[in-house]
Each structure stands twice: as C-alpha cells, then as structure tokens.
Design a binder for this molecule. Structure first.
Ligand SMILES: [Cu+2]
Length: 81
C-alpha cells in the first residue's frame, strides 16, 4: 500500500469549501490516484483531495465543482452520476 494523505487533521475553518464526493469507477491503481490527485489539487480553491481506490470515490474539499469535474476529466477519467 502506498501512503495516502499524511495529515487528515483539517483546520477548523473550512467555510470556503465543502467536501464533495465524486464517483470515479475507472480508477484502478496508484497511477490513477496520482493523476487525479495532481489535477484536482491544482484547481483553484481546492484545499484537500482524498482518493479512495477501494470505493472509487474522490472527496474534494473546496474549489468549484465544475472546475473539479473538468480536472478529473483532464486526468482522463469520467465521473459516474
Ligand atoms: Cu491506474
């Protein structure tokens, strides 16, 4: 297993961004995780990206949902509705 996000202790104030969960069923390995994490982390306003490979869920804190969706698309993945 590789390391996931090191510190899960989010700051008390995250008013700017709510966590939104995206289902990305095409994720299959660490490469996918890294690609998505890299693209989504670069989205303006995103403060945290947690990818769960087991459940194929990407939890994104902050950022505009449209931009996050675009970033995941940019990484080469589709989001399941
Ligand atoms: Cu992969």
């Amino acid at each position: 297993m590789s390391e996931s996000s090191p510190s899960e202790s989010s700051p008390p104030e995250v008013a700017a961004g709510e966590a939104v969960v995206y289902s990305v069923p095409e994720m299959s390995c660490d490469h996918c995780v890294n690609a998505i994490t890299g693209e989504v982390s670069a989205v303006d306003g995103v403060t945290d990206v947690v990818v769960d490979l087991a459940t194929k869920l990407v939890t994104v804190t902050g950022g505009a949902p449209d931009a996050v969706v675009a970033a995941i698309d940019e990484a080469g993945f589709d989001i399941a509705e």
